[in-house]
Design a protein around this ligand. Sequence first.
Ligand SMILES: CC(C)(COP(=O)(O)OP(=O)(O)OC[C@H]1O[C@@H](n2cnc3c(N)ncnc32)[C@H](O)[C@@H]1OP(=O)(O)O)[C@@H](O)C(=O)NCCC(=O)NCCS
Length: 164
Amino acid sequence: MADGPANEAPFRLIDGVEFGENVIVRSFTNLYGCKIGDNTQIGTFVEIQRGAVIGANCKIQSHTFVCDGVSIEDEVFVSHAVSFVNDKFPRAVSSSGQFQTDSDWTLLPTKVERGAAIGTGAVILGGVTIGARALIGAGAVVTRDVPPGETVVGNPARALDSKQ
Ligand SMILES: CC(C)(COP(=O)(O)OP(=O)(O)OC[C@H]1O[C@@H](n2cnc3c(N)ncnc32)[C@H](O)[C@@H]1OP(=O)(O)O)[C@@H](O)C(=O)NCCC(=O)NCCS
């Protein structure tokens, strides 16, 4: 465990993050209550929420959002502007008209296995597992599990082989 990121950069909000050794965090990032493994690099304008876990030797590219419930194993590449989702049926307020609290919705956990890569602008719906070394095409919307090593594209994401 390290005290903080290995580099200096202005305009970072970092609160209660568990850092591994030699983690690089760029400017304009918002990281809170999450865990980030050794040597991982976090790009500009990335937000990582409380409860998210990122492994070692990962690259999280700029403008990506990683929410609570997401678990990313080692050596994963997450490209620019990738969005993870953890609430399948979102509502601002409950039936009583009050803003929802944690008890009003169900968190769907997501797992990204070792060495997988997620293309730019992909949306990963909650409750799925992306298998080891799978490749998610740019702009894909992943709605179900992706087997290890498979490449998927499109909305909804389907195996590239079956598309051809
Ligand atoms: C998915 C991907 C790996 C496929 O690459 P490839 O195997 O070389 O595939 P091809 O370019 O030969 O395309 C094969 C078919 O899939 C389609 N296709 C390729 N990528 C696609 C994508 N992201 N979404 C939808 N369709 C896609 C092509 O249009 C083509 O369809 P067609 O046969 O009907 O013309 C690649 O296109 C991709 O999206 N990589 C992610 C890149 C990225 O986000 N990098 C981030 C760092 S900059």
